[in-house]
Design a protein around this ligand. Structure first.
Ligand code: ATP
Ligand code: MG
Length: 352
């Protein structure tokens, strides 16, 4: 197949980790006879430096016309003056909005070789395989905000349509997995959560009779996520609960550098990026872990291009490299670490 992929390297280690993922995508294209047209564009701090804007119109247009977008990371100390009018992160928020992305998927599958790096006991982690689906466009982040001298408020709002589409996405995902969805809310306290629970129950019952839906309150979910992580398949939740639970879930894997994410909307164009930031403290040294970005490329193949076999092949290659003990500095004992280039070369060799 032919696919247009926009590559947004971004800032800090962004160019290093996206370079790794691009090599891997090109190798897969050659192996399976696909033609991937990769087009680079600016976002974040790099875009501010070049044009004064964190998301230049040319970048947004290229992304909207593409089949998928692969992003490194944005931001860094150079652009972090709190008084600055334009900030790199605004570029990412505007891009998500411009592409209509409402579901953020974060798979968490700790690998045997990296279990020791997690603060959770290894025997609880073996076999963990979950995806958290976080709603991305509604909730308290976007509700009306008020401030007086003595008080402040943030409105939390959800429409039926916003809940339906993200729950539907979670149930579709569960169908291709173990068929189990846990919907997380705070229905004992919040009206938006009572609506969330009603809508989730109806969508699952009417459209996904083959999927089991269970409800959990967010506070007990925070506990179960650590106490029995193996129990979860797909977790779906609103924006802020998802923000908190995905950071918690990321600790199951051992390093920020390992985890990928996909942000999806109604159309097929999705945004794929590692969950970590631009890591300015290690940028330019060739030691960043490219795993999260390479695995984001696998999600791109699966969700935007429908190339399931290629995605699985790539995920298996990464797992095999980790199992062989090729680990970057965030995971390896001092002196034994692979560089970004060495890790990438090992994945490429595995793909051959
Ligand atoms: P942001 O605000 O952009 O999310 P952050 O404050 O969460 O960024 P990161 O940039 O993700 O921070 O970095 C947090 C720590 O994790 C840093 O010490 C960084 O070096 C490390 N880190 C992040 N990503 C990687 C990676 N891919 N490989 C190795 N270390 C990483
Ligand atoms: Mg962060």
């Amino acid at each position: 197949m032919r696919a247009d992929i926009v590559v947004l390297e971004g800032d800090g280690i962004g160019p290093e980790v996206t370079a790794a993922a691009v090599q891997v995508l090109q190798a897969l294209a050659a192996r399976y006879g696909h033609q991937f047209e990769l087009q680079r564009h600016l976002i974040g701090g790099a875009a501010i430096d070049a044009s004064g804007e964190p998301l230049p119109a040319a970048t947004l247009q290229a992304c909207q016309r593409s089949d998928a977008v692969l992003l490194g990371a944005v931001g860094g100390p150079k652009w972090s003056d709190p008084k600055a009018k334009v900030r790199p992160e605004q570029g990412l928020l505007a891009l998500r909005k411009g592409l209509g992305l409402y579901a953020n998927l974060r798979p968490v599958q700790p690998h045997a070789a990296t279990l020791g790096a997690s603060p959770i006991k290894p025997h609880l982690l073996a076999g963990v395989d979950m995806i958290v689906v976080r709603e991305l466009t509604g909730g308290i982040y976007f509700g009306d905000k008020q401030r007086s001298a003595s008080a402040a408020s943030d409105l939390c709002e959800y429409s039926v349509a916003e809940i339906e589409r993200v729950v539907r996405r979670a149930c579709q995902l569960a169908r291709g997995r173990r068929g189990h969805v846990v919907s997380v809310d705070k229905a004992n306290v919040l009206e938006t959560s009572r609506l969330w629970r009603e809508v989730a129950t109806r969508v699952a019952r009417e459209e996904f009779p083959d999927v089991t839906l269970e409800h959990q309150l967010v506070d007990s979910m925070a506990m179960h996520l650590i106490a029995k992580p193996r129990a979860f398949d797909v977790i779906v939740t609103e924006n802020m609960f998802g923000d908190i639970l995905t950071d918690e879930a990321s600790m199951l894997a051992g390093s920020l550098g390992l985890l990928p994410s996909a942000s999806l909307g109604e159309g097929k164009v999705g945004l794929y990026e590692p969950i970590h930031g631009s890591a300015p403290d290690i940028a330019g040294r060739g030691i960043a872990n490219p795993c999260g970005t390479i695995l984001s490329a696998a999600l791109l193949l699966r969700h935007s291009l429908g190339l399931d076999a290629e995605a699985a092949c790539l995920e298996q290659a990464v797992a095999a490299v980790l199992d062989a003990g090729v680990l970057t500095a965030d995971l390896a004992p001092a002196g034994e670490a692979a560089t970004t280039a060495q890790f990438t070369a090992a994945v490429l060799a595995q793909l051959d």
